[in-house]
Design a protein around this ligand. Structure first.
Ligand code: AMP
Length: 114
């Protein structure tokens, strides 16, 4: 189970976020420090820490998050070229320990990432 994080507060609407999509399982909002012209975070409402903590029982939820990522990318007009990233674990760059997909686009995206 995830500890309380800033994303828990966003889910409960205790702190503001620029929400672009919401349903019963997922929330998507603009990253506060965007790394591209379009930079959304897609999170589950369930308190999952990271992809590394996911279990087989989370398969449907993880698939749903990917489809939400596609949807918000399409709605933002970047459906033809976007990147979905999740940092799992501190050494991989995870700083908020509630699973989130970064959805990035609106500029050329180099590969490999840093
Ligand atoms: P990561 O480093 O992969 O865990 O990503 C965490 C992301 O959350 C970073 O890109 C932050 O800019 C973003 N972030 C942190 N706090 C907020 C917030 N209150 N609203 C929106 N994005 C946030």
């Amino acid at each position: 189970m995830a500890e309380e994080t800033i994303f828990s507060k966003i889910i409960r609407k205790e702190i503001p976020a620029d929400i672009v999509y919401e349903d019963d399982q997922a929330l998507a909002f603009r990253d506060i420090a965007p790394q591209a012209p379009v930079h959304f975070l897609v999170i589950p409402k369930a308190p999952l820490v990271s992809l590394g903590d996911a279990e087989d029982a989370d398969a449907a939820l993880l698939g749903h998050l990917m489809l939400v990522a596609r949807r918000v990318a399409q709605d933002a007009g970047i459906g033809d070229a976007f990147r979905v990233v999740t940092n799992s674990g501190e050494a991989a760059g995870q700083s908020v320990f509630h699973l989130h997909l970064h959805v990035l686009g609106g500029r050329p995206l180099a590969w490999p990432p840093g």
